[in-house]
Design a binder for this molecule. Sequence first.
Ligand SMILES: C[S@@+](CC[C@H](N)C(=O)[O-])C[C@H]1O[C@@H](n2cnc3c(N)ncnc32)[C@H](O)[C@@H]1O
Length: 282
Amino acid sequence: MILEKEIQHAALLLKKYNISSYNLDAEIILSNLMKVSREFLITNNNKEIKENVLKKYRLAIKRRIKNEPVAYITGRKEFWSKNFIVNKTTLIPRPETELLIYKLRKIFKNKSINFLDIGTGSGCILLALLKELNQSYGTGIDISPKAIQIAKINAKNLNLYKRSKFKVFDFNKYNLGKYDLVVSNPPYISSQDLKKLSKDIINFEPIAALDGGIDGLDQIKKVIYKSKYLLKTNGVLALEIGFNQYRRVSELLKYYRYREIGREYDYNYNVRCIISTKQGFF
Ligand SMILES: C[S@@+](CC[C@H](N)C(=O)[O-])C[C@H]1O[C@@H](n2cnc3c(N)ncnc32)[C@H](O)[C@@H]1O
């Protein structure tokens, strides 16, 4: 089968099943299977696809028709311009999470810090930060043993295994060490909003990575509380939050005697990342 024809066929099929990014998905899935760039597909559109690749491609398109996210089909996702292995046990890294890296690399530039990433998932936050802060060390914890396995593979692939540690832990029970920084993208979707998520997300991504309880703040509250004991005085707590949670999280931080020192906004001008410091006397 000729490459261009097969992609057209796959894209039309995806369109028929209401996959809105049908062209892009058809190209990404094939380029990943052929281990070539999307540009290669465009400039070599008359090439024949090998029979074994064609079989795998058609199976992959069937998975996409059932709304499985492209990142789980290809097994990888780019974050902070690095390639991360992902699977159904890890949340797919999101662009808004890059706001945390953007902010923290400025705060800790040229410093040597020891930090903790709560709910590390694929390890994307921790590993992207270590790439930026090349004299620093990070520990990632997650309640999911399978996610921790993936984070360790990512650390190895990115050549960061010497400066990173990953452990299976419920953060509520974690008491090891004092850190310069605690960073977390905790589950923060409210029960109400969980019901409204697209099928791509709700049918495939781990519920433990999404569910923030009735008001979405259950885990955020616990991370704020727990971090008091895990941070050095004047240590930094950096949180990703939901698009409508700034006011309530800001109040929680004040209540627990943190001082807000920075925030980042997404393209819709919602605060998605809050940076605060632990003050002297709790
Ligand atoms: C929103 S995901 C974030 C994953 C990754 N840090 C990222 O930004 O893509 C939240 C993560 O917290 C983990 N998690 C949920 N409850 C936890 C707990 N009690 N202790 C440790 N990790 C937990 C989930 O397994 C999930 O990997």
